[in-house]
Design a protein around this ligand. Structure first.
Ligand SMILES: C[S@@+](CC[C@H](N)C(=O)[O-])C[C@H]1O[C@@H](n2cnc3c(N)ncnc32)[C@H](O)[C@@H]1O
Length: 256
């Protein structure tokens, strides 16, 4: 296949054709690695949720028009079509709270939520199959997701919702959380997240389970092709830039 103008496909290495063997045993996360759920958030007012919905709608438009958004949606759709594969569920972990006090962080979570909804929409995922998980969610997020018809779950349920035909989105989720709490036992069609999974030597992990984490990453990557999205999200390049797509490999991904 010729390369599309909007993506840069990373080196296509010959990969084992065995199906990626997701670890059967999940690595328990040490209590210290799990954030404390937020419990003291005030009840949101309807006007606050309306404001967030309006901002989200503008962010969706902005994402859809951005070079990054167009590249990710088009590239994911093209790669899935090449695999004759259809995504059936979309799960987002680690968005952060749209109710955060700091406006820049709030905008960041909303922009990433907008990206998640746009990509899931572009791939034809039904609204009932959209799931989000973040222990930082507050009552504001709960009301926002209820208005959007998106299901909120608690760790470790997100992992159980992904499925083999899933799209997993983890924008800047810490590597250790990803490998301890999300990827074990998970084998999605499409994963979009940070791009250092293939090169674990850059991960400064500590803890007695470092080797297990490396094994989760190795097994996840064993049958996957990484496609880097090099285009920037022009409104703020730090919100998405650096994320990659990882797709289950097929024969055509091999070097010719
Ligand atoms: C580094 S922050 C990234 C937040 C946001 N995506 C961003 O780019 O600003 C990581 C987020 O992951 C969340 N997180 C931690 N453990 C998690 C888990 N087990 N499942 C889902 N989210 C988790 C944290 O609460 C936090 O909001």
């Amino acid at each position: 296949m010729g390369e599309e103008p909007w993506t840069t496909v990373g080196p296509r290495k010959r990969r084992t054709r065995r199906r990626s063997t997701a670890l059967a045993v999940a690595i328990p996360a040490p209590a210290s690695a799990l954030p404390t759920p937020s419990t003291s958030a005030p009840a949101p007012s309807p006007s606050e949720i309306e404001r967030l919905l309006a901002t989200l709608s503008a962010q969706r438009t902005s994402f859809g028009r951005s070079a990054f958004g167009r590249a990710l949606c088009a590239s994911a759709a093209a790669e899935l079509s090449r695999r004759r594969a259809t995504v059936r569920s979309a799960v987002c972990v680690g968005l952060g709270s749209a109710g955060r006090a700091e406006p820049a962080l709030r905008a960041r979570s909303l922009a990433q939520l907008a990206g998640f909804l746009e990509v899931a929409g572009a791939l034809g995922v039904a609204r009932e199959a959209l799931v989000v998980q973040d222990p930082a969610f507050t009552a504001v997020d709960g009301a926002l997701f209820a208005a959007l018809g998106v299901r909120v779950v608690q760790d470790p349920q997100a992992r159980e919702c992904v499925g083999a035909a899933g799209f997993l989105f983890a924008p800047f989720l810490e590597g250790a959380v990803l490998l301890r709490c999300v990827l074990p036992g998970v084998d999605p069609l499409l994963y979009v997240g940070c791009e250092d999974l293939a090169d674990m030597k850059y991960q400064p992990f500590v803890g007695s389970d470092v080797e297990l984490m490396r094994q989760v990453a190795r097994e996840f990557m064993a049958n996957r092709t990484e496609i880097k999205i090099r285009e920037e999200f022009e409104p703020d390049k730090y919100i998405f830039t650096g994320l990659s797509m990882y797709l289950k490999s097929i024969e055509d991904d091999e070097e010719t």
